[in-house]
Design a protein around this ligand. Structure first.
Ligand SMILES: Cc1cc2nc3c(=O)[nH]c(=O)nc-3n(C[C@H](O)[C@H](O)[C@H](O)COP(=O)(O)OP(=O)(O)OC[C@H]3O[C@@H](n4cnc5c(N)ncnc54)[C@H](O)[C@@H]3O)c2cc1C
Length: 428
């Protein structure tokens, strides 16, 4: 396949002006060769939300930025596509607090710049089978530590607060706060790519990176694609989602314990007359239920009359040979939908199932680090976002850019995200 998405790459490459009529195959090829002759400050591999947010941050700083993607831009074969992701501030681990809080601000800034909305505000509700359940206890502790106003709700209080839309069994608890919301994933990735382009980034899709090598006798790296192209960069940021373990092993021999899982987003039909209870803007929350399995969902937004409820989990998969298999825990999910929504949502079968991949680390914390070894600080990895990274993409983009450009990142304690925590033998 020919490399490159035509329109995106027209900026910044060479001095020739290009008219729409000249978008022929050969002129496109010419431009790719010009890119091969250029030296970039940073080459970003993988144009999911993390790579696209990084490209935006890097270009905004004035760095000569190249973003490479193995498939079409905005494809649906990885982790960053679809119609909704939850953003919430509550986490059992306190070190996510500054990252999420900064992200709220950065989502707002980015959507202001692009001129359309990707973030929709909603309250958030965490639920658990008892107030002794460790995750809900950690969430309460987290809210207290960070002075986040919250309500601890028993069954009747919760029914009152959410106008009879959600029922929890006796003995269960809910913790609600105002810091929830929905992000529009495909639209958000398009937003970062648009802003990256506007700030001068060069972007190329259908460009699968097969190797990254240290430039011989010089600073920087050479990035090689499947079709034999070579691009030169002072630094490289690898944000390849479910392909992280594979690519990093090829490049460095290091085997990261990042496991791709195939998971599903499920949409359920709300019974006629009840739709208003579950709609965004009515007070219905984004939610997470820390039971077995862990279940999450968002208010109705993208598909009127449907509500998204899914399971946080899936089956391990090979990202290059996707099984496109059935969703996990379906019987438990149906029971949950039936009982928690008191028969107001048809629980017989989801009406839409969308397949997606998680990139799981053993502790579900991210991987944000230098690759090290012969690459030292020239190659930065952002991966293992373990099914909860989307909300933090704007801040991850800032951090990865700073690591690449400055060798350190402000406002984040990377010790939770280092490769070294996996006790992988270092090549340094
Ligand atoms: C169903 C589902 C629900 C989720 N819900 C939430 C949520 O509610 N809240 C939340 O915060 N997060 C959520 N997440 C997690 C979030 O979506 C991910 O953490 C995030 O999208 C990961 O982005 P990424 O850029 O790391 O990976 P990806 O989106 O997978 O992007 C990696 C890109 O790299 C490309 N690539 C791979 N190899 C190469 C190569 N060799 N050369 C060039 N390109 C390459 C891939 O094609 C891909 O486009 C959810 C994820 C899923 C799947």
């Amino acid at each position: 396949m020919a490399e490159g998405c035509t329109l995106y790459i027209l900026r910044q490459i060479g001095s020739k002006s290009v008219s729409a009529n000249s978008l022929t195959f050969s002129s496109h090829r010419e431009r790719v060769s010009e890119m091969e002759d250029s030296q970039f400050d940073v080459i970003i591999v993988g144009a999911g939300v993390m790579g696209s947010a990084t490209a935006y941050n890097a270009a905004k700083r004035g760095l000569r930025t190249l973003l490479l993607e193995q498939f079409d831009f905005l494809h649906h074969r990885a982790s960053s596509h679809g119609e909704s992701r939850t953003i919430r501030v509550t986490y059992p681990q306190k070190y996510y607090y500054p990252l999420v809080m900064e992200s709220y601000k950065l989502w707002q800034e980015a959507q202001d710049q692009v001129g359309y909305q990707v973030y929709f505000k909603a309250p958030h509700l965490d639920m658990a089978p008892s107030d002794e359940q460790p995750t809900i206890r950690a969430v309460v502790d987290y809210c207290q530590t960070h002075a986040i106003p919250f309500q601890l709700l028993r069954r009747r209080q919760l029914a009152e607060k959410f106008a009879g839309s959600i029922d929890i069994p006796k003995g269960w608890v809910g913790v609600s706060n105002e810091y929830g919301g929905i992000l529009k994933p495909t639209k958000a990735v398009a937003m970062f790519q648009t802003l990256a382009f506007k700030n001068g980034a060069v972007m190329l899709d259908n460009a699968k990176v097969v190797d990254i090598k240290k430039t011989r006798g010089d600073e920087g790296v050479e990035v090689f694609t499947a079709s034999g192209k070579k691009f030169r960069g002072k630094k490289c940021v690898v944000t390849v989602g479910a392909w992280a373990t594979r690519l990093v092993k090829t490049v460095s021999g290091i085997e990261l314990p990042i496991v791709p899982l195939e998971t599903h987003v499920c949409y359920w039909r709300i019974k006629e007359g009840q739709e208003g209870k579950f709609a965004l803007g009515t007070g219905f929350p984004t939610f997470a239920c820390f039971g077995d399995p862990y279940i999450y969902g968002t208010p109705t937004l993208e598909f009127p009359g449907l509500i998204k409820v899914g399971v946080h989990g899936g089956n391990p998969c090979d990202p290059d040979k996707r099984p496109w298999g059935p969703a996990v825990w379906m019987e438990e999910l149906k029971k949950w939908v039936e009982e928690r929504f008191m028969g107001m949502v048809d629980s017989s079968e989801p009406v839409i199932k969308q397949s997606c991949m998680y990139s799981m680390t053993p502790d579900e914390d991210f991987v944000i680090d230098f690759l090290g070894g012969e690459f030292g600080k020239d190659v930065v990895i952002g991966g293992g976002f373990s099914g909860h990274g989307f909300k933090m993409a704007p801040v991850i983009g800032r951090i990865l850019t700073e690591l690449a450009a400055d060798g350190e990142a402000k406002g984040v304690d990377l010790k939770y995200f280092r490769i070294g925590r996996f006790k992988i033998p270092s090549k340094i």
